[in-house]
Design a binder for this molecule. Sequence first.
Ligand code: AMP
Length: 210
Amino acid sequence: MIIVLLGPPGAGKGTQGERIAAVLGVPKIATGDVLRAAVRDGTPMGLAAKGYMDRGDLVPDAVILGIMTETLAATDDGAILDGVVRTVNQAIGLEQAVEGLGRRVDAVLVFDIDDEELVRRLSGRTVCDLTQKPFTGLEPGSPCPDGSGGILVRRADDEPDAVRHRLSVYREQTKPVIDWYCANGTNVATINAVGSLEEVEARALSALGR
Ligand code: AMP
């Protein structure tokens, strides 16, 4: 099963993606995670992507299409794609990649949430510098509560100016992807992303017929 998760930054795609992936028994693929690992490792792709990411801009489609094709080819059972499709061009590229593998996008879940709640969530978010696990309401510099020995840090793109920019990039470049999938006849479901982790997960699974 290939599921595309869409929605603005901070809507909970990453957290819910993990949960849905665990229930369906398929991997979650997040281009943001792949890119952050490349930045940490100082690879040529990471060095090229870092500036775009810190500003909250989209990394060029060609880089994303490369990651997409490579990671999809390595998965047999399908995947939950978190933040992988952010432009219509990427949606077209993904369609070609999955067709080439004899598969299709089974569903698109759109996580719906208003801007005020997003800014509140992202400005209170820190991540562990070792595991990248996100936390809410804990101060940067505190020890990571996941027992990894890491320290909580704020992502550069969670600073208020970058958050505002990411939201406008989402509205201008990613929202049209929803219309593209609807016009393409793909099963698109909108999920109310406000609620407890369990409530949002139940809505997402129910949209997938689980
Ligand atoms: P995320 O962790 O999904 O919020 O992604 C962090 C950053 O990585 C984004 O703000 C972009 O700079 C970059 N990125 C991740 N996925 C994509 C994508 N599909 N297209 C373009 N840029 C991306």
